[in-house]
Ligand binder design. Structure first.
Ligand code: PPE
Length: 305
């Protein structure tokens, strides 16, 4: 998806012009993938523009950097203000928000400790992540030949730039084979997640989703959907899911900030249920959009700006 350019980007506390938002080629991040980021959505709700689960996203950003001994030189309140300031400066209502903390220019070599931790915040308009029609009709996906990282290799609980090399392999393979997305297995061969989404299965009205130990990113949308499903009276099981469960599930769907709640209609060309979005998927999708569009927010997940 080509980037829709706006006016300003926040860099280390200052709004700079979009075209001037540059870093040095010898910044540590360029060579060693040392960045940690978030993807957040701001929605134009019936009660005005609101950021969805901002606190949870900021918390995960600080968690990601903590694991890598990369202290962010700003407080969460400063980043929150920075995010709001950037949205206002660009006159956007609905947008995608991308804060990134990264090891900057200072020293060369793997050791990052003497490189500064810089922060930038960009915002832009981003529509349906998995293609037009994905939310309504569902998508066709494959099981990837690439696995997620094994335990004790790359921390999958961190949303680190380097982790997305693995995601890129999964995504390219899927796209080039004619699928919208790939599902990766974990190092044991159990279901993990998509290249940029968590996954849920439904069978006999019970929801299943892989646990955090299955090399998933602990998704914020995932947690919201677990809450929504439980409030609707469904049982949600977080447990290891064998690959073949994908082929006999009644429903399968992805969750994520960018993907929202996207139904999956086939896996490896085997139809999921009736090869169209299932009733529980649609019910959860409606509950989700009722919050972010109608601002029907009994959970206090929206932060108005
Ligand atoms: N797993 C991965 C690997 C992942 O990247 C995301 C978000 C999720 C799960 C869902 O997490 P959450 O957004 O907190 O519900 N992926 C982000 C980046 C996608 C991109 O292409 O860039 C996103 O959805 O914003």
């Amino acid at each position: 998806m080509p980037i829709k350019k706006v006016d300003k980007i926040w860099m280390n506390g200052k709004l700079v012009d979009w075209d001037d938002a540059k870093i040095h080629v010898l910044s540590h991040v360029v060579h060693y993938g040392s960045s940690w980021f978030e993807g957040i959505r701001c929605y134009e709700t019936k009660r005005g523009a609101a950021i969805f689960r901002l606190d949870a996203h900021l918390r995960r950003l600080y968690d990601s950097t903590k694991m890598y001994r990369a202290p962010i030189p700003y407080t969460p309140a400063q980043l929150e203000e920075g995010i709001k300031e950037t949205i206002r400066a660009n006159n956007l209502k609905a947008c995608y928000i991308r804060p990134v903390a990264y090891r900057g220019y200072g020293d060369m070599g793997v050791n990052p400790l003497s490189c500064p931790v810089d922060v930038m915040i960009a915002v832009w308009e981003w529509g349906a992540y998995l293609g037009g029609g994905a939310l309504d009709s569902g998508i066709d996906v494959c099981v990837s030949s690439w696995s997620r990282s094994a335990p004790n290799t790359f921390p999958s609980m961190a949303k680190a730039g380097g982790n997305y090399l693995n995601s890129q392999l999964i995504k390219m393979e899927a796209i080039l084979a004619g699928y919208a997305e790939g599902i990766a297995l974990d190092a044991c061969g159990n279901v993990s997640e998509g290249s940029g989404e968590n996954i849920f299965l439904v069978r006999d009205e019970v929801l299943y989703t892989p646990p955090v130990s299955a090399a998933i990113l602990p998704g914020i949308t995932r947690l919201c959907v677990i809450h929504l499903a439980e409030d609707l009276g469904y049982k949600v099981v977080e447990a290891s899911i064998p690959r073949e469960m994908l082929f006999i599930a009644d429903e399968v769907f992805f969750t994520g900030t960018a993907a929202e709640v996207t139904p999956i209609r086939s896996v490896d060309r085997i139809p999921v249920g009736e090869a169209k979005p299932g009733p529980i998927t649609l019910q959860l999708q409606r509950s989700f959009f009722d919050i972010v569009q109608n601002a029907n927010d009994k959970y206090h997940w929206l932060k108005f700006i």
